[in-house]
Write a protein that binds this ligand. Sequence first.
Ligand SMILES: [Zn+2]
Length: 296
Amino acid sequence: MSPFADVAFTQCAVEAISPFARRIMAVDGACSRPAGLRTYIVGHGEVALVDPDPASGPLMQAILEATEGERITHVLISHSHGRRSPLGAQLAERFGADVVSGAAGLRDGERIYGRDWTLEAIETPGHTPDHFAFALVEEETVFSGDLVTGWSPEAITPPGGDLSALLGSIRRIQQERFERLAPAHGPVRYDVAGYLHDCLEDAARRERRIAAMVSAYGPTSAWRLATQISPTLRGRSAAEAHEILAHLVRLTSRGDLVSTLPLGVFAQFAAKPRATASGRYPLGISGQDSGARLSA
Ligand SMILES: [Zn+2]
């Protein structure tokens, strides 16, 4: 059995997004988003791959065809979350290319040099702790991995993600004033500053709504809020609940909420109770299970 047989692609397409960069769009039957994933090829003749993912025979074939007559010298991996690396490791081994990633010891500001291109690593934790974006120095292009998607201005963190770190990373990329943002999911964005501004605004709006719902409901869970916000989104509830949980954890670490432990989509969150004159918290969620511990 092929080692790539776990993913069924229906389509891989290659196109130039700038003088220095091409992308391969893979539409993946296993992907939760219908428009699939993006792998980028940087340079000409001696090239770098950014986020060749997921492990798939058709994607491997598309990469080999797109780079025919060229040499892959570097494989850049934005982060190690989920499936994002097996194909990169196989390609690196096949071509003797260097693997560049947080897991491989990459540092903020480090530069990777090709024959006609330079990529600079920008540490952008949040989606995962080891997430990096890569700036193409010859252009105002940033390969942004899973920092944000190209579809919708929503900040997404998977289980284990850190929303506060993610928002800080989005602000950092926003300040760099790139002309193109090339994400691992969704279309290239050319209105980078405006788009990232929308992402931050959307996250803030979402957080205000979640805080208001917690105040209105009393002790409640991310799961319950997800079903309230998106009652018709069947199959998206788990992802929605984790996104809401990221906001609840952020609100808790800021001291606005308290929660039961362990944290998870069924943990109970409530507005932080005010201590009474006796110094005791009113009945309900324990004041001791509060943000001070969660923010550690
Ligand atoms: Zn990811």
